[in-house]
Write a protein that binds this ligand. Structure first.
Ligand SMILES: Nc1ncnc2c1ncn2[C@@H]1O[C@H](COP(=O)(O)OP(=O)(O)OP(=O)(O)O)[C@@H](O)[C@H]1O
Length: 310
């Protein structure tokens, strides 16, 4: 859903740290009910942008409006309507799982009885009811992340900010987090997230911006980005040789584009199987061949010449 009212608007937004420009004049609009993503490698400026949206870091330049308010002048009023899930879990290890929610609720002035009910609902939502009276420390990484998400929901926020929600989690824990976030989206909560995982962006985001070096290099839905910046299919070819480079030249005429990675060559084509036949006919003998659909990783590689995760 992308037709909701505009909740966040950034125009020429800048964040500087001394002489260094971490966010270099970005334009972003997030609408009600959508899941909006910032996709980019480490250091792209995603967290710096999220911290400005979360009203904990003032912009160095440009305009930023959140829920029709100014993050510098109206920080507390905006924060009351946001949920924030930071990159590093900062749960209180002295408290139990349940207390991490009820104590946090008090910061928002939520009465004790209401906070208790809300904590019970949220623990159910993130499937931690059985661990309600446990301390935080023995929880797995995935459980801690789910508790942090529950804590971000304590004040029934209109927008939830998630900075790399599944970084460091194993595949099963990631899927559980994705599933809960998807459920939130279905409930109409607006999600704003950062990620350097293309599969996460593809799974969760209705719209996203691709960031690199503090700038936005592309914007759209995952499907639009792939259609605009890549071909339908990709043939991955591994050659048994010290360098893949010499093979790239020979493949160039067989596709729309060729990218060379240290261990393989990527051939961008509309039809992968047809391209594989042409590769064989040209006399090349790769040790390994894989045909797959294009993804956001290919978009990023095309736009920046680099892979997302080093
Ligand atoms: N407080 C700070 N002081 C100085 N430089 C900073 C500060 N915070 C971030 N930076 C720098 O700004 C750049 C962007 O960092 P940022 O954390 O926004 O990137 P990111 O895309 O979120 O990457 P990551 O995934 O590593 O968090 C990096 O080069 C970082 O070193």
């Amino acid at each position: 859903m992308t037709s909701g009212r505009s909740l966040i608007q950034a125009r020429g937004l800048v964040k500087r740290f001394g002489d260094f420009t971490a966010v270099d004049g970005i334009d972003v609009e997030v609408r009600s009910g959508e899941a909006f993503g910032f996709l980019g490698p480490n250091g792209a400026g995603k967290s710096s942008t999220m911290r400005m949206i979360g009203c904990i870091s003032p912009p160095s330049g440009g305009e930023l409006r959140i829920l029709d308010m100014d993050p510098v002048a109206d920080g507390p009023a905006i924060r009351a309507r946001l949920g924030v899930c930071p990159q590093m879990d900062n749960l209180d290890p002295e408290l139990t799982v349940r207390e991490n929610l009820t104590v946090y609720a008090r910061y928002f002035g939520i009465p004790r009885r209401v906070a208790k009910e809300r904590a019970a609902e949220l623990l159910d939502f993130v499937q931690l009811t059985e661990r309600a009276d446990s301390k935080v420390e023995p929880l797995s990484g995935g459980m801690k992340r789910r508790l942090t998400i529950a804590r971000a929901l304590v004040n029934d926020p209109e927008i939830v900010l998630l900075d790399e929600p599944t970084t460091g989690l194993d595949p099963q824990a990631r899927h559980l987090v994705w599933e809960r976030l998807f459920r939130l989206k279905q409930q109409g909560v607006t999600l704003v997230l950062t990620t350097h995982y293309m599969d996460e962006a593809e799974q969760l985001c209705d719209r996203l911006v691709v960031m690199d070096g503090g700038r936005i290099v592309a914007e759209g839905s995952p499907r639009e980005l792939i259609e605009q910046h890549s071909t339908r299919e990709v043939v991955e070819l591994r050659f048994a040789a010290e360098s893949q480079e010499p093979f790239a030249g020979k493949l160039a005429g067989l596709g729309e584009r060729v990218e060379v990675l240290p261990d393989r060559v990527l051939l961008y084509v509309p039809d992968g199987d047809a391209a594989v036949v042409e590769v064989s006919a040209s006399g090349l003998t790769p040790a390994n061949v894989l045909v797959r659909r294009s993804g956001l990783e290919d978009v990023f590689l095309h736009l920046t010449g680099r892979t997302l995760v080093d």
